[in-house]
Design a binder for this molecule. Sequence first.
Ligand code: PMV
Length: 302
Amino acid sequence: MKATAVAPANIAFIKYWGRKDAALRLPYNPSISMNLSGCFTTTTVEFSKKFSTDTVSEGFNSKRIIEHIDRLRNIAKTDERVHVVTNNNFPTSAGIASSASGFAALTVAAVFALGLRLSEKELTELARLGSGSACRSIPDGFVKWDGEFAYSLYPQDYWDLRDIIVIVGTTGKDVSSSAGHDTVETSPFFKKRLEEIPARITRLETAFARKDFQQLGEVIEEDCLDMHHVMQTQDPPLYYWNTETVKIMELVKKRMVPAYFTIDAGPNVHIMCEGKDEKKVTNYFKQYKMIINKPAQGAHLI
Ligand code: PMV
């Protein structure tokens, strides 16, 4: 059987960095994110007795994709071969969470192609096994991942926010975030980060409840810098920024426009603002290439 799914990338406001169980991809801390309307993966999965081999679109990590398909084949108790055709509408491996949208779309398409009928919670648990942050691309809108599964805190129309991604690099990263999670405990600042996260989550959830953009912005910048502080002090250290990244961070910090930044495992800067201020922000950064995102629906079949 054949199915096609679309899944959005997501940007974390409180980041997932480090896992207490690497095989099960169980995180040390809860994380909260927004699905991105402008960055998505479309994946078609077809299982058939007629296929003699598994195939995956060129340019993708076929080993990791087939490992994930094997998990799902085990659940469905089938050994039918698979053809996976997938594409991203944004640069792969540039810190725009292509593994999140990729494994979310793959999970939803494969589960339906195998004739399995699972709950959203179960889909998030399976997507998590492919790539941790992928579980946050399954539910709608603003999503919390706490332990084994993820769920929607608010739908996409709850708050008219923008994530304006300023593109300063599109080449793949040297160290994958998957490898980075493995050495997180070597940072002397990792434990401190974990101690601070519960209070930060409370502040973020209060900002959401009140739609207090300034409080949201302060929390997301703080957590971004905290995660990168840990990354840069791990052994081996992970430096995901380039000089343009820092230049844009400085410009945002000047607060000439009502916006705050966050950055994932890559050089590109995600500038968060409210919908009413989108034009001010895009005008301020007009010399750069940008991807404009609204809060989006989670993974779904098409
Ligand atoms: O899901 P992974 O293993 O690619 O980890 C992603 C981690 C960050 O993007 C850096 C932060 C996050 O929570 O999305």
